[in-house]
Design a protein around this ligand. Structure first.
Ligand code: NAP
Length: 305
């Protein structure tokens, strides 16, 4: 059997592509290696998705995306893509369980947290080092945590952690945060938040569990030790494109380069959401991408016949 459209990745972009593809009458399959919702399910509250004036929980929003897509006949399979061959007229995909053929593909594999790559980070992963405040914040009740990074994720998650921890120290490598002003203002007004700027983490240390970090001031070169019970790392993301190396054109960070109608360098292969090179990575922009990529795929398929 040949599918009309296979979508790889079940975050907001993939689920929206699934909704639009299935609703347009395309035989549409979505392959997702884990649970639906992508990174958005790790967000406790999404405040800037239109239609929810009081905000909405990430898991709740993603479950409703999934329900809506399934209602229109999207087929969803929990399988991990292990190989692809986009050279033929029909695109071939293999997973840990099956092989598939499809007329068109939407890649919506998103991104994952970037590691700091410092001594102690791997050893203490799960022993005080975390990349998800929603998942692990509750373990740090009345404790002290260090948050690394200066973007929206770092500041938003640091604020979330103030619900549990009694002190949250944000360590950022420059003297200015990158996060949007509204988040910065909120963080600066929070008495549990402290900032160590112009500084990077050189080492994470402890016995069985994290108990300190070594920090270096990048301007003065001065080293200091900061005691902490945990380290939350939010230093950006890396795209999930390892299986596409040499197949579709990417920028030097591995994000897929898209053109008109979200087409990639391979005819019939489209990219949507955080996985592509773009200005703003949000649920709202992922939704727009998913809709556009699916409709572009529909047009591509119509022109094939
Ligand atoms: P980001 O915006 O790329 O920020 C990454 C931060 O980590 C930057 O402050 C960067 O420093 C720092 N950094 C990078 N590599 C580092 C290293 N090796 N050591 C120390 N620090 C390092 O990533 P993000 O915060 O994960 O956000 C990703 C996207 O999601 C953004 O588009 C963001 O706007 C969006 N987002 C939005 C919301 C929201 O709207 N509420 C929430 C979360 C995320 P520099 O500043 O010096 O580069």
């Amino acid at each position: 059997m040949v599918w009309d459209l296979i979508i790889i990745g079940g975050g907001p972009a993939g689920l929206t592509a699934g909704l639009y593809g299935a609703r347009a009458g395309l035989k549409t399959l979505l392959l997702e290696k884990a649970m639906p919702g992508g990174q958005a399910v790790l967000t406790e509250k999404i405040e800037n998705y239109p239609g929810y004036p009081q905000g909405v929980s990430g898991p709740e929003l993603m479950m409703s995306f999934m329900d809506q897509a399934m209602r229109f006949g999207l087929e969803f399979k929990t399988e991990e893509v292990t190989g692809i061959d986009f050279t033929g007229k029909e695109k071939a995909i293999s997973t840990n369980e099956n092989s598939y053929l499809s007329k068109a593909i939407v890649i919506a594999t998103g991104s994952r947290p970037r590691f700091l790559d410092v001594p102690g980070e791997r050893e203490f992963h799960g022993q005080g080092v975390s990349y998800c405040a929603t998942c692990d914040g509750a373990f740090f009740k009345e404790k002290k945590v260090v948050v690394v990074g200066g973007g929206d994720s770092a500041v938003e998650e640091a604020l979330f952690l103030t619900r549990y921890a009694n002190e949250v120290v944000l360590v950022h490598r420059r003297d200015q945060l990158r996060a949007t002003k509204v988040l910065q203002d909120r963080a600066k007004a929070n008495s549990k938040m402290h900032f160590i700027l112009d500084s990077v983490v050189e080492k994470i240390d402890g016995k069985n569990f994290v108990d300190k970090v070594q920090l270096k001031n990048v301007k003065s070169g001065e080293m200091r030790e900061e005691s902490t019970n945990g380290v939350f790392v939010f230093v950006g993301t890396v795209p999930n494109t390892w299986f596409l190396q040499g197949v579709v054109e990417m920028n030097n960070q591995g994000y897929i380069i898209t053109h008109d109608l979200l087409s990639t360098s391979v005819s019939g292969v489209f990219a949507a959401g955080d996985v592509r090179e773009k200005f703003l990575r949000q649920v709202s922009t992922a939704v727009g991408d998913g809709a556009e990529a699916a409709m572009a795929a529909e047009r591509y398929i119509a022109e094939l016949d």
